[in-house]
Design a protein around this ligand. Structure first.
Ligand SMILES: *Cc1c(COP(=O)(O)O)cnc(C)c1O
Length: 532
């Protein structure tokens, strides 16, 4: 066990770096397993769309082997279009009982009967895509892949009523790639400059705090703080900070990480009102957790012209290793307007930058600038997400859309909510939730625990006398449980973030018990001190 000064030296590490020290400590006892509840990586995953992917791959390689088969050397060719559908239907009938095959048959029907797409052309895109035998064309996203994923995004983001023909998607290597691309292109296009103010909804996923501070950007951060006493909603006075005309953009994670609540209807209305007063405000919303919320509505649905939407398939489908995400923008948006309104000199520089891509670079949309910038412009012709990745993305999206009774969604929701209940039950506390809670993460607030389990005086004593990272290190050392400090996510109270997505229920019980034991020990120490 470490002493107090040793614990203190970790205070300035980012939570994800601190995690490594915590893991080391938690693993230091060979007699027990480490419980890492610090990671956002889920321990569940969607199996059906994966089975479908692998079966489609088997069919696609058979198709490829129809060419050059006389060589008999493992050489195939581009899939042959003539008769493809018939051979696919035959494959489905022949292998109907193989896991994933019936799902593929349903996909084919859903594409035709429900989405009204040309199922033959769709199949061709999927077969060529899964073989990965062509560069991604169009580079922003394959044609049918964009169409299908757009339906999924609009449905899941509560934006069904938006005009789908006016929305563009860019398929990217996960939400983190989306963030990196967006920050970079905003800078390259003069939308954010050194010293500019950007507002950040806090607490927030750490990279959103760290990237703007990098010497590449040097932005000034204005925190819009959500309030734990309002179940982590943003008070109106905090949101109204966005009316400051010097704030260029608002970066927000919704539902939030770590508090894990969606922005409520009232706050959505307030933001819509602010946008009316400040039509030039750019909103970047990261809605990775939107698919876990009930009746979710994204800011993209409320203010489509102002909003860049980031969505990732990582969490909901248990697919962090796949690297799948999308960026969505409306065609008629304030970002493109801001680019058009740049000073002539800047525009000339930008026109030159993008002149190799299009004949009228001044009309190149922001989302297409993102694509070009993602490959240093000059390599634009090889930009884009790998085609097999796009195929898996399409199958994930279709799996959710075809699940009319929401069985996967309900199974995941009840799984993570039972874990939350188990943690708090063993901690001996009420777990407060409301209709906006998502519970992908939970923030255990040290002061709050002490007040609930004992009293206000003890809670105050704890705050004054105990270093919150000591709590994390003791829990890692004694119980082998890794949690991340809330502080690194700009949580204002001493707290720990536990993911409810990556351990099993009994392990959350162990975390609850371990924290309760620590509180009991601290209380005994406190009692002994005040009685002296
Ligand atoms: C986990 C997470 C991501 C990461 O997404 P990837 O698609 O895995 O890159 C992005 N944003 C938030 C808020 C997250 O919690």
């Amino acid at each position: 066990m470490k002493n107090k000064t040793e614990y203190a030296k970790y205070a300035n590490l980012s939570p994800f770096e601190l995690k490594d020290s915590l893991i080391e400590l938690a693993q230091s006892h060979s007699d027990r397993a480490m419980l890492n509840a610090g990671r956002g990586n889920p321990n569940f995953l969607a199996t059906w769309p994966r089975q479908a992917f692998f079966q489609l791959g088997i069919f696609a390689t058979q198709e490829s082997e129809m060419s050059f088969s006389y060589l008999n050397e493992g050489v195939g060719g581009m899939p042959i279009k003539a008769g493809l559908t018939g051979r696919f239907e035959h494959f489905i009938r022949q292998n109907y009982n193989t896991p994933g095959v019936a799902f593929l048959g349903k996909v084919f029907s859903y594409i035709r009967d429900q989405l009204g797409l040309d199922e033959n052309a769709f199949l061709q895109e999927m077969i060529e895509g899964i073989l990965g035998c062509n560069y991604p064309v169009p580079d922003r996203m394959l044609h049918f892949s964009e169409d299908v994923v757009k339906s999924y995004i609009l449905q899941q983001m509560g934006a069904q009523y938006l005009d789908r023909d006016n929305i563009d998607l860019f398929a990217v290597e996960g939400g983190t790639a989306a963030m990196a691309y967006i920050f970079n292109s905003m800078k390259e296009n003069g939308l954010i400059e050194k010293g500019d103010k950007i507002a950040i909804g806090a607490p927030i996923f750490t990279p959103y705090l760290e990237i703007p501070e990098l010497n590449d950007y040097q932005l000034v951060e204005v925190l819009i703080n959500s309030d734990p006493n309002l179940n982590w909603q943003y008070p109106e006075s905090e949101l109204r900070k966005l009316e400051d005309p010097s704030i260029k953009a608002f970066f927000v994670v919704n539902p939030s990480n770590p508090p894990s609540v969606k922005i409520d209807d009232n706050s959505l209305k307030i933001i819509a009102d602010i946008v009316k007063k400040r039509p030039e405000l750019i909103i970047l919303t990261d809605d990775v957790y939107g698919t876990f919320a009930d009746d979710f509505q994204s800011l993209f649905a409320i203010c489509p012209q102002n909003t860049i939407l980031v969505y990732s398939f990582s969490k909901y489908f248990g697919a962090t290793g796949w690297r799948l995400g999308v960026i969505a923008t409306a065609r008629d948006n304030v970002i493109d307007k801001a680019i058009k309104a740049l000073p002539n000199k800047t525009k000339q520089i930008l026109n030159k930058r993008y002149s190799s891509i299009v004949t009228e670079p001044e009309n190149l949309k922001f989302i297409d600038r993102l694509v070009a910038d993602s490959r240093a412009v000059a390599l634009n012709h090889t930009a884009g997400l790998s085609t097999p990745q796009q195929v898996q993305m399409v199958l994930f999206a279709l799996c959710e859309m075809m699940d009319s009774d929401q069985s996967y969604k309900n199974a995941l929701k009840s799984l993570i909510r039972r874990r939350a209940a188990s943690l708090y039950q063993h901690l001996g506390m009420q777990h407060k939730t409301d209709e906006n809670s998502v519970d992908y993460y939970t923030l255990v607030d040290l002061e709050h625990i002490c007040r609930e389990l004992y009293d206000d005086k003890f809670a105050k004593w704890i705050l004054k006398n105990k270093n919150p990272s000591e709590m994390l290190f003791r829990i890692a050392d004694e119980a082998g449980v890794v949690l991340l400090p809330g502080k690194g996510f700009a949580v204002q109270h001493p707290s720990a973030r536990a993911s409810l997505a990556n351990l099993n229920e009994y392990q959350y019980a162990a975390i609850g018990l371990s924290m309760r034991k620590l509180a009991e020990e601290y209380y005994a120490e406190y009692k002994a001190k005040i009685n002296n």
